[in-house]
Design a protein around this ligand. Structure first.
Ligand code: DC
Length: 225
């Protein structure tokens, strides 16, 4: 008999805390965490490395078979064997990733990989279109939001902690721009799935958001921890 694997989708705008929450929930449940944003970021890294214009959809899409991304269990991200974990969080990637993520051929390629990752294990997957497009039959769907000021401050502090140079105003501007492109793109835009539960983390700390997510999971599928 085929084992039933569980999938939990967490979508929302940039820097709403999705990856911290998704990773925390995955660790508690013993599921695999899949950071789909890291895949679009790694693709963007490759585009810049190859000196292809990020706004040239045809040229960017043509690279898809040269891009091999591994999401390791220890959180490191490999692009064609190179450790790009830190590099994909830098400003040049932030500024260009929304273009790359708006290209249909790039998305179809990465979405197929994401669906494969959820085929034979239980996952917590975060992104923009997981509940609407990648895993429309996910067992639990959460749409995690926070106001843009809060998100900018969180990302700024995270950068400083990681030793990445960071300017708060620039981050807020980048977030707004990225939200606009992610929500406005034609193919699989950032959007709450009809059956997703809305969770606003603006005034909550990490532990409170994780507790809220676990409560939603328990209500939906009776998975008590
Ligand atoms: O979550 P993040 O900031 O690492 O995502 C990076 C970019 O990738 C973001 O601008 C939107 C895009 N993205 C997407 O379009 N679909 C996903 N499933 C995940 C990320």
């Amino acid at each position: 008999m085929k084992e039933k694997y569980i999938s939990i989708a967490i979508d929302g705008p940039a820097a709403a805390g999705k990856s911290t929450i998704a990773k925390g929930v995955a660790d508690i449940l013993g599921f695999t965490y899949v950071d789909t944003g890291a895949m679009y970021r790694a693709y963007t890294y490759y585009v810049l490395q190859r000196q292809v214009n990020p706004q040239d959809e045809v040229a960017v899409s043509r690279l898809k078979d040269e891009v091999n991304i591994d999401l390791n269990a220890d959180g490191t991200i490999l692009l064609n064997g190179e450790d790009v974990t830190k590099a994909i969080r830098l400003s040049d990637i932030n500024q260009n990733v929304s273009y790359i993520a708006s290209y249909k051929e790039v998305r179809l390629h990465l979405v197929a990989e994401q669906q494969k990752l959820a085929e034979n294990k239980s996952v917590v997957m975060d992104g923009r279109d997981i509940g609407t497009y990648v895993l429309p039959n996910a067992d639990v769907k959460i749409f995690l939001v926070a106001d843009v000021k809060t998100r900018a401050i969180r990302r700024h502090e995270e950068n400083l902690q990681k030793g990445i140079t960071s300017k708060l105003e620039q981050i807020e501007k980048e977030l707004k721009r990225r939200d606009e492109i992610d929500s406005g793109r034609a193919f699989a835009p950032l959007k709450k799935a009809d059956d997703a539960v809305y969770l606003d983390s603006s005034s909550l700390n990490i532990e409170q958001v994780i507790a809220g997510v676990l409560e939603i999971i328990n209500e939906k599928i009776g998975l008590e921890v």
